[in-house]
Each structure stands twice: as structure tokens, then as C-alpha cells.
Design a protein around this ligand. Structure first.
Ligand code: GDP
Length: 261
């Protein structure tokens, strides 16, 4: 489990749990341990059940994506836009990362690929103003889903968190009940760093769920067990490549099975 990035702290807790279970059930055969451990991990990851996305009861569903640069936010937005479109929903994208050079263009490339419009302003403009425009356009066009990209620079954490809060407030003010999800995107290959990012964003930006990207590589992504254990944040999707279809809804059982494969 440590090799799979679960992290020492959580592994120690799981061992304590397992030891208690062994005593309780009077287990003597070591081969029974792994199934019990798998059961416990699935239980921990599932929480109240593998959650889908929270959608608006009626009207526009707004989903905000947060996370540091390079984790796969833009790619995930593109993949999710494709997923919603194939379900027959209308989608609009908001280019809220006005800071990183090329971020707006990259989102536009995804928009063209998937066939959805992108609401943008110039690079360097106020992201909250972009969100205001995007919400207005979403209302005018009566779209089903608005997916919002945000900046991921970490050099200046305070500013970034203030910026995210401002975006949050604009969306909340314009559409009561929104954003319906704030998804923190994490790169599975970054191990314990992902836990630190989850702590940082989780506390400050009202994260409601996780997307774990780059699980198509060698990383097993065990860090989400630690994140679930310590921060109680559910994983909603996993990224399995760079293409449009490489996004899957998270399945705890399949994930735990792959962890021990
Ligand atoms: P952002 O800065 O958070 O918006 O990250 P990007 O969406 O630009 O992604 C950074 C890099 O990771 C790009 O080269 C993507 O193609 C790649 N990427 C994103 N998701 C995945 C994934 O699930 N698997 C793999 N292999 N690469 C991914």
C-alpha cells in the first residue's frame, strides 16, 4: 500500500483496524487478510455510496474545476463536456484561467474538438468577470451544464484562493445553489503532493469531490485513500489517458482490485 502511495499515516490506521478485525473474527489463516482489507478499503472509499455528480434539479448545473497547473484540469473539462454532450446535454465552457499563457487557447481547442462554445476574455483579465459573462451566456442560451476552468498557479496561494472565492461568489449570486460541484483535479503520479494539494484547496475553496488523472500510467493512485480518510472527499472521476473518451466514473471496487493487482 505504501508503494501504491496510500501514505504511512493511513496505512498505520488501516493496520490497526485490520488487527482489531482479526481478533474479533478470530482469524488464523493469513490468506483471509487481503479480502478483509479490500472490503475495508472499498467501504472507506465508498462512504455513502459511489457518488455521481450533483446536478441542478432544474436549470443550469455549474461545475467549477480547481487544482494546480498541469494536473489535467483543461483535459478533464474537455472529456466531461464530451460526456455530457453524448448524453444529449448542451454545454458551455468558461475560460477562467486567465493567468497561464496558452490556457485559454487550450480550452478553445477542446471546445472545437468536442463542439461546444467557450466564453473568454483576454489573457490577464479578471476571472470573476469571465465567470459573470459565462453565467449570463449560459442563462441566455439556456444550456444544461456550465464547466468552469480556473487558474492553478501556486506561487501566490493567497491570491489564488481569493480569486477562487470571488469566482465562487459571482456564480453563487447569479445562480442560487451553484456551483453544484467544485471538483479538485489531482495528478495520480504526484503521490503525497496530491494530499497536500487536497488539504490546501479543500480547506479554502469548498471542494466537493475529486478527479484523479493519469491513472493510465504506473501510478496506482492510492493517495485517494488517504485523502478520503483524512478529508472525507469522494472521488468522482478518474482520467485514463489524453483522449476524449478517457474518463471514467470512479468505481471503488474496481479501484481497490487494481490496487492489489
Ligand atoms: P491543467 O494545467 O491542469 O489544465 O492540465 P492539462 O489539462 O493541460 O493537462 C496537462 C497534461 O496532462 C497534458 O499533456 C494532458 O494531455 C495530460 N493529461 C491530462 N489528463 C491525463 C490522463 O488522464 N492521462 C494522461 N496520460 N495524461 C493526461
Amino acid at each position: 500500500m505504501i508503494g501504491a502511495d496510500v501514505g504511512v499515516h493511513t496505512v498505520m490506521e488501516l493496520i490497526d483496524d485490520l488487527r482489531a478485525e482479526v481478533r474479533k473474527r478470530k482469524i488464523e489463516d493469513a490468506s483471509e487478510l487481503q479480502p478483509i482489507l479490500s472490503e475495508k478499503l472499498v467501504e472507506l472509499l465508498k462512504g455513502d455510496g459511489d457518488p455521481g455528480l450533483r446536478m441542478a434539479d432544474s436549470g443550469i448545473t455549474v461545475i467549477l474545476f480547481v487544482g494546480v497547473n498541469g494536473v489535467g484540469k483543461t483535459t478533464t473539462i474537455g472529456k466531461l463536456a464530451h460526456r455530457f454532450k453524448s448524453e444529449g446535454k448542451s454545454v458551455l465552457l468558461a475560460a477562467g484561467d486567465t493567468f497561464r499563457a496558452g490556457a485559454i487557447e487550450q480550452l478553445e481547442v477542446w471546445g472545437q474538438r468536442v463542439g461546444v462554445d467557450v466564453i473568454k476574455q483576454q489573457s490577464g483579465s479578471d476571472p470573476a468577470a469571465v465567470m459573470f459573462d459565462a453565467v449570463k451566456a449560459a442563462k441566455q442560451r439556456n444550456v444544461d451544464v456550465l464547466l468552469c476552468d480556473t487558474a492553478g498557479r501556486l506561487q501566490n496561494k493567497t491570491n489564488l484562493m481569493e480569486e477562487l472565492n470571488k469566482i465562487f461568489r459571482v456564480i453563487q449570486r447569479e445562480i442560487p445553489g451553484a456551483p453544484h460541484e467544485v471538483l479538485l483535479v489531482l495528478d495520480a503520479t504526484t503521490g503525497q503532493n496530491a494530499l497536500n494539494q487536497a488539504k490546501l484547496f479543500g480547506e479554502k475553496s469548498g471542494v466537493t469531490g475529486l478527479v484523479l488523472t493519469k491513472l493510465d500510467g504506473t501510478a496506482k493512485g492510492g493517495i485517494v485513500i488517504a485523502i478520503r480518510n483524512e478529508l472525507k472527499l469522494p472521488v468522482k472521476f478518474v482520467g485514463l489517458g489524453e483522449k476524449m473518451d478517457d474518463l471514467q466514473q470512479f468505481d471503488s471496487e474496481q479501484f481497490v482490485h487494481a490496487l492489489f493487482a
